[in-house]
Write a protein that binds this ligand. Sequence first.
Ligand code: PXG
Length: 457
Amino acid sequence: MNHISNTTDQWQQLDAGHHLHPFTDSKILNKNGVRIITRGEGVYIWDSEGNKYLDGMAGLWCVNVGYGRQELVDAATRQMQELPYYNTFFQTTTMPATELATVLSEITPEGFNNAFFSNSGSEANDTVVRMVRRYWDLKGCPDKKTIISRDNAYHGSTMAGASLGGMAYMHVQGGLPIPGIVHIGQPYWYHLGGELSPDEFGLKAALELEAKIKELGPDKIAAFIGEPIQGAGGVIVPPDTYWPEIQRICDEYDILLVADEVICGFGRTGNWFGSDSFNIRPDMMPMAKGMSSGYMPISAVMVHDRVADVMIDEGGEFNHGFTYSGHPVAAAVALANIEILKRENIIEAVGSDTGPYLQARLQDLADHPLVGDIRGIGLIAAIEMVKEKKTRSLFDTSGDAGTICRNHCLKNGLIMRATGDSMLISPPLTITKKQIDELVEKAGRCLDLTANDLGIG
Ligand code: PXG
């Protein structure tokens, strides 16, 4: 790199001059100067000024095996030396792509025996839209095109991904959603549950799906898509009654069920997949992030035999795919990553040890005057700040407390992401109990500082 000896200041100037960032107000960023992350080891990252942070977000919900894994570097190096690229079009494959498809079939639930590869969660969800519609065409139901999703869902940033997503602030930019995608409410008891118990509300939220199917006609509805736990939308853990009722409705009306495992997959909830934790029986599972622990971009849609058999036996050519579908280097890294998850029993630890420990330790913050709700499973969690605990009432300007808290976290060496006034936690799955103590202690201190700024407590 020509600019390797630059100071932070010089990097910031280059970045401000030439780099447009995702989901960023560039004018503000360019004025304030970007943070430059230079190194990672285990659960920690460092910036160009030498500041150390506990990465409570595993990058962007993805560095499941932690930073600095030489084994993943070696897997990439070996594959780059042997064959840096070949495609999977034109009756061809590479060994890592085929092996990864096989391994994914082994770790996913019964009946998932085929993988379609792409490079990001968004592309996986674009693939879902095309495959769902193709499936129903092949079944002789060409009118079954509409996909039902949920408010505040996050399924990516491509045209189809953002349309499946339920983020209104994304829809207003670019004329979204695309036709044939509709949304129902989210199973967010803490804000939407009112006087209902969580279980009552879970049923009510699920029944919105049935009402929407009846309103539009079951012969028009192709699929329902949901994250087992909504991630970017604020770590919304549905009440226990929710997924069984969604499953019943999808079965009854012959609607495909798509579980978006991009965040929940690869151990985050203490099982291989969120679908395992919630006993969901999906027909398709888009997955990405933790599949390679973010060391290389790769994603897949795992396709249940119910759909794959039709696509294979009756579909002829499926006119869809990407230059880098099943990229051999990314696939080799994903294989080595899955090997680490298995060999080190990381997912078992999340399910029975570190996950329950994080959730229990977070409860120590429940009495904090700012904290309204603490929710999570395994190593995914949210701490939601509210104006008044008793009435579960929000701050007048949602997001201010979140921004204040996030800034205190950064100053105190902790990365937490804020969605509205919820502080989100999703650390590398290798985090130790001692590091969880450090995370919770720092989070507590930052809540105190936030309360102080807001004049609460
Ligand atoms: N599905 C889910 C459930 C996701 O969380 C995607 C699909 C899209 O994946 P790609 O690889 O196309 O980004 C995601 C991505 C945030 C944040 O701020 C979350 C995501 C991406 C960027 C930011 O929490 N999730």
